[in-house]
Design a protein around this ligand. Structure first.
Ligand code: CP3
Length: 353
């Protein structure tokens, strides 16, 4: 793979604060980006999405490029994240699903038996030509700013497929995980394969880092995580390792899993707002950077509160070998974008070395 560093100037994404922090190298300031920085909190997003269903937007390169770039025009963030959704690769291999506004992914025929699992095939670049095209165009537009590619983690994807939609208790998912371990392993193995295929498409097209969002894996305890999830996640991270890009791993409510999520092979462990970063440092093995973790709801409080809490996150983050400032989960749709703009600037000012 060609180096992204310009030998004359030493610039290029590989010199960015974001990628350096992922690699636990010295940085000029703590890098910052926001999960779900693109999306419904931005009026310009609502305008371009008008009349375009979510999955259609995810398949139109010019819309993907525009929506990915929108937050970068407002916020001094250190990275862009590819605009898409975790169910896009599943749709691309033929799973009948949709994203319903205000609900999330909905699967027409939930997968609960051997035949359903067996129908999940591997993904090829030809299944997602719009991803290759959009990533390539974005990398050209972004210059020195790295693009984060992403995929859903295997537990979270399995939950959507098995439940048929969003779920509070993951009843059917856990019924399969505990009751039909062979079928569960087959499903998770296939989801890992699809995820590897999909992340490779993004990295080969130019994504400079990847994040695996296993958002709902916090529903599983440590022993079951180790036995039923970790081997599949590890296989994903091992397959991406030779591509040489940092691998970020994030889930919600994963305080008890942080060490294991690092062990699965992430370079950067994402932390939600429930575990202070200095405590997360104690829970994760050495040799990992941390990402997080301001409560996204803090942004509804007056600026003085946001500032005090952001400084606290930065202070605690200094105990990590590398820290990427982020929220503890995605930007909430009613967030005032001006608060986020101020927050990105504050992180840079306070952390400037
Ligand atoms: O800016 C970014 O971070 C990139 C965009 C992004 C989207 N989905 C766009 C989106 C990312 C990274 C995702 C990942 C995703 N999708 C996750 C993991 C991250 C997380 O939040 O934990 C999950 C669990 C999903 C599944 C999903 N898709 C949900 C829960 C929803 C929200 C449903 C709703 O309407 O409240 C979606 C739809 C979705 N994905 C939207 C966006 C902008 C909203 C759809 C719309 O604008 O109509």
């Amino acid at each position: 793979m060609a180096s992204d560093t310009d030998p004359r100037t030493g610039s290029g994404p590989s010199q960015s604060a974001f990628l350096k922090a992922c690699r636990r190298q010295p940085v000029p300031h703590t890098p910052v980006w926001f999960m779900r920085q693109a999306g419904r909190s931005l009026p310009e997003y609502l305008r371009v999405r008008e009349g375009v269903p979510m999955l259609e937007a995810c398949a139109r390169p010019e819309l993907i490029v525009e929506i990915t770039l929108q937050p970068l025009r407002r916020y001094a963030v250190d990275a862009a994240i590819f605009f898409s959704d975790i169910v896009v690769p599943l749709k691309a291999i033929g799973v009948d699903l949709d994203i319903k506004p205000g609900v999330g992914p909905v699967v027409a025929d939930p997968i609960r038996d051997r035949a359903g699992v067996a129908a999940l095939r591997r993904l090829t670049p030809d299944d997602v030509p719009y991803v290759t095209e959009a990533v390539g165009a974005l990398v050209g537009e972004l210059g020195d700013t790295p693009l984060i590619g992403f995929a859903g983690g295997p537990f979270t994807l399995a939950s959507y497929l098995i439940e048929g939609g969003p779920s509070k208790n993951h009843d059917h998912t856990k019924a399969m995980m505990y009751g039909e371990p062979g079928l569960w392993a087959d499903l998770m193995g296939r989801l890992a394969d699809i995820t590897i295929d999909y992340l490779k498409v993004q990295v080969e097209a130019g994504a400079g880092a990847i994040q695996l969002f296993d958002s709902w894996v916090g529903a599983v305890g440590p022993d079951d995580y180790r036995e039923s999830v970790l081997p599949h996640t590890r296989r994903i991270f091992e397959a991406i390792e030779p591509l040489g890009v940092p691998r970020i791993h994030f889930g919600v409510g994963t305080g008890e899993l942080l060490g294991l999520m690092g062990e699965a092979g992430a370079d950067v462990v994402g932390v939600d707002w429930r575990v202070p970063l200095d405590e997360a440092v104690r829970r994760v093995d050495p040799g990992k950077a941390l990402q997080g973790n301001l409560d996204p709801a803090i942004l509804f409080a007056p600026w003085e509160v946001v500032e005090r809490r952001a400084r606290d996150v930065l202070n605690r983050g200094r105990t990590a070998e590398g820290h990427i400032f982020n929220l503890g989960h995605g930007v909430l749709p009613t967030t005032d974008p001006d608060q986020l703009a101020r927050l990105a600037d504050l992180v840079h000012e306070v952390s400037a070395r």
